[in-house]
Design a protein around this ligand. Structure first.
Ligand SMILES: O=P(O)(O)OC[C@H]1O[C@H](OP(=O)(O)OP(=O)(O)O)[C@H](O)[C@@H]1O
Ligand SMILES: NC(=O)CC[C@H](N)C(=O)O
Ligand SMILES: [Mg+2]
Length: 506
């Protein structure tokens, strides 16, 4: 998952972009970038690292201009190299920079077409660079000296015809404006809002509404699946549906884990969806195990807090914070390597022993993916003196790879792969394990917006909403992006990470 943001403002936007990226940091911790525009020039700063480390005062000073876009990256294609940090840039037509959240599933075919038919060179393994070049090529084909919303929307229509997979995009066209669009299934979130200033109306587009509210913008609405909005540098806003058969089928994992609870996505409050997950799971537990003998319910910070609290309330059991999180360590699941993830669970969470001694504890997490967290946590609970350790997951078993922007490319790395619930229980060393039912999870998310007929639940049911995912594709993906090939790829880039790009503000 990545975080994207764009602003058409009335004064310098660098600080607001920076602040918005810090609010979206939970969506990507690997790299960050900002590009602004003023007087026919782009100003770019991007690198590996957290927002607070990538941008120093000297960089911020140089990021001048009233329009700009930003990105925080969690790689799902290519490598973790700084050459693949975003926004990406292409000089023709006009000069375009682009920030992408999601993952294309026909990158290889598109790259071939770009090279052989469109005569465009791609210099990284990032699907986002491919996406940018498809958009640029289609805009160039319109052949206008000055692009208007008409040409921009035509180019987006062509992107929808050529690109497959998930893409929420914000792109800046030099001197003209910012365009944002969402794939025809609306798999990844993106919304926009505005704020009034003495100089006039300013617009912000962002992955999650929390970036808007934190910066004083009021949410106008989500961008519809397939829709594009184009905001000219003077603040004129246009929108158009650019897809032939749009259908909102957003990724349900945003509600389970990715998004912040204070965001509203496609009119669904993430916080409320998580409360409902706790409620439903408690009901299932009361049905399946009516004589549960639990002394205390504990969340595994951070994300499961909301569901765990509601679960405890519904079960009528004490809620206690048994694990304290080191606030200086980021999210482990989106870290790039397994050894780093494993190490950081121990660094990050520390038990308060007196909450465990001699007690039957129910540990609640939002999800169990590779099993890195729960394996460590169950052991830590036992070491702290727990009598029995029960485990509950607010999401169902994650059994299938993700191809739409979550880096879970290899089924073999998932703890639920080829295992029954009993076997998973054994593997994590718990005395009892319970998972949410998929229908219940869907209901929890849907209750916030009944008009969403379907979610992408592919990690739970193996049904890929945008189609075209064959066993051969998954096989190739697994080979290209399993732990060892990722390590190799990252090392190659570390050895030689020359970036061919817009001048980067070092
Ligand atoms: O089974 P696993 O592969 O360990 O993945 C699942 C865990 O990873 C995530 O936590 P993370 O530390 O990333 O973030 P959080 O602090 O927001 O909970 C998620 O909340 C689970 O705790
Ligand atoms: N998680 C994402 O949205 C990743 C965007 C893009 N596929 C990349 O790898 O950089
Ligand atoms: Mg967690």
């Amino acid at each position: 998952m990545c975080g994207i943001v764009g602003i058409v403002g009335k004064t310098n936007v660098n600080q607001v972009l920076y602040d918005a990226l810090t609010v979206l940091q939970h969506r990507g911790q690997d790299a960050a970038g900002i590009v602004t525009y003023q007087d026919d020039r782009f100003f770019l700063r991007k690198d590996n690292g957290l927002v607070k480390d990538v941008f120093r005062t000297r960089h911020m000073r140089r990021l001048v201009g009233n329009v700009g876009i930003g990105h925080v990256r969690y790689p799902t294609a290519g490598s973790s190299s700084s050459a693949e940090a975003q926004p990406f840039y292409v000089n023709s037509p006009y000069g375009i920079t682009l920030a992408h959240n999601g993952n294309l599933t026909n990158t290889h075919e598109l790259a071939e077409g770009l090279l052989r038919s469109d005569l465009r060179h791609i210099n990284t393994n990032s699907d986002s660079e491919v996406l940018l070049n498809v958009f640029a090529h289609e805009l160039q084909k319109q052949g206008k000296l000055v692009p208007t919303q008409v040409e921009i929307f035509e180019a987006v229509k062509a992107v929808h015809k050529r690109c497959k997979g998930a893409y929420a995009v914000i792109a800046m066209v030099t001197g003209y404006g910012i365009v944002a669009f969402r794939d025809p299934h609306g798999i990844r979130p993106v919304c926009y809002g505005k704020r009034e200033t003495e100089q006039g109306t300013e617009y912000m587009i962002a992955s999650e509404s929390v970036a808007l509210s934190a910066e004083g913008f009021t949410l106008v609405r989500d961008i519809d699946p397939g829709e594009a909005i184009y905001i000219e540098t003077d603040g004129q806003l246009y929108n158009q549906q650019c897809a032939e058969n749009p259908q909102l089928t957003p990724c349900i994992f945003e509600h389970v884990y990715f998004a912040r609870p204070d965001s509203i996505i496609d009119k669904v409050s993430v916080y409320k969806a998580r409360l409902r997950m706790g409620e439903k799971l408690a009901e299932k537990m009361m049905k399946e195990c009516p004589d549960y003998d639990i002394d205390v319910v504990m969340p595994i910070p951070d994300t499961s807090r909301t569901s765990a609290m509601q679960m405890a309330y519904r079960l009528g059991v004490k809620f206690r914070e048994g694990f304290i999180k080191n606030r200086y360590i980021g999210r482990t699941f989106i870290m790039p390597g397994q050894s780093q993830r494993k190490k950081s669970v121990r660094q990050k969470l520390n038990p308060i022993e007196l909450e465990f001694k001699g007690k039957n504890v129910l540990l609640v997490d939002d999800s169990i993916v590779r099993g890195t967290t729960c394996r460590e946590i169950v052991q830590m609970a036992r070491d702290a003196g727990a009598n029995k350790v029960f485990f509950a997951s607010a999401a169902p078993e994650v059994r299938f790879p993700n191809v739409y922007g979550i880096d879970m490319p290899a089924a073999s790395e998932l703890i639920a792969h080829n295992r029954t619930v009993d076997e998973i229980q054994e593997a994590i060393g718990a005395d009892w394990l319970i998972y949410q039912n998929l229908d219940d999870l869907i209901e929890c998310a849907k209750e916030g917006n009944a008009s969403i007929e379907q979610f992408d639940c592919s990690v739970f049911n193996g049904e890929y909403i945008a189609g075209d995912i064959t066993p051969e594709y998954l096989d190739k993906l697994e080979k290209a992006r399993n732990e060892s090939s990722k390590r190799k790829k990252n090392k190659e880039f570390d050895d030689d990470h020359t970036v061919i790009d817009l001048h980067n503000n070092d």
